[in-house]
Write a protein that binds this ligand. Structure first.
Ligand code: PGA
Length: 235
């Protein structure tokens, strides 16, 4: 069983989502499928798909115009949220501490947080990948987290949407580091996803790497024709 999570980013519309849910609902799969969609499309998922948001506020409620709380997401029927996605870290200037706050609110409101960590191109070029990833995990997981109660996604930020991926050895090295870090933190049962330029061509091979428990898929999750083969590429 693998976890296949889609991230629609700022794309799609309710009728495209309805069509996707109908298609995925008919799949015969043991894999856990998650789809993180824009807030305006949130609702309950179906027998196959858990729906989620792409972020939640650090705050519970109040004067935060434009923000959406974890409670609001939870009340929509959705059950998951991304936090700390690369694009949020860049555009909202989220630090690891901010991400931990968001994840804490998610957990308080019964949402499963997918906590994203990863290095930028300059960090990679400076040889900082392991340091950034390990610190990202240690600082972005909130204090109220329980073993197995959240998911980590490793997303090399330079590879997102770029059509390139690290070598499988590099993915393996980083996932081993994350697994060791989570073990040390007492979170041995936490699934670790790989994300960045996952396609139907590379999904099965990436998910065959040790300590890769699934994938987080951006562009290829937008259409059934490209998302379903990824879900069906593994048992
Ligand atoms: P991508 O995006 O698959 O289009 O590279 C991944 C992500 O941002 O989650």
């Amino acid at each position: 069983m693998k976890i296949i999570a889609g991230n629609w980013k700022m794309n799609g519309n309710p009728s495209e989502l309805a069509e996707m849910l109908q298609g995925l609902g008919a799949l015969d799969t043991e894999n856990r499928v998650i789809l993180c969609v824009p807030y305006t499309m949130l609702r309950a998922g179906n027998n196959i798909v858990m729906l989620g948001s792409q972020n939640v506020s650090k705050y519970d409620s109040g004067a935060h115009t434009g923000d959406i709380s974890a409670k609001m997401v939870s009340k929509s029927g959705a059950t998951v949220t991304l936090v700390g996605h690369s694009e949020c870290r860049t555009e909202l200037h989220d630090t690891n501490a901010d991400v931990a706050e968001r994840a804490a609110r998610a957990l308080e409101n019964d949402l499963l947080p997918i906590i994203c960590v990863g290095e930028t191109a300059p960090e990679r070029d400076a040889g900082l990948t392991e340091k950034i990833v390990e610190t990202g995990v240690r600082e972005s997981v909130p204090k109220n987290a329980a073993n197995g109660g959240f998911i980590i996604a490793y997303e090399p930020r330079w590879a997102i949407g770029a059509g390139i991926t690290p070598t499988y050895d590099q993915i393996q090295q980083v996932h081993n580091l994350i697994r060791k870090t989570l073990d040390e933190m007492g979170f041995a049962d936490t699934p670790i996803l790989y994300g960045a330029s996952v396609t139907e061509q590379n999904a099965a091979e990436i998910m065959s790497i040790k300590n890769v428990d699934g994938v987080l898929v951006g562009g290829a999750s937008l259409k059934k024709e490209t998302f379903v083969p990824i879900i069906n590429s593994v048992k």
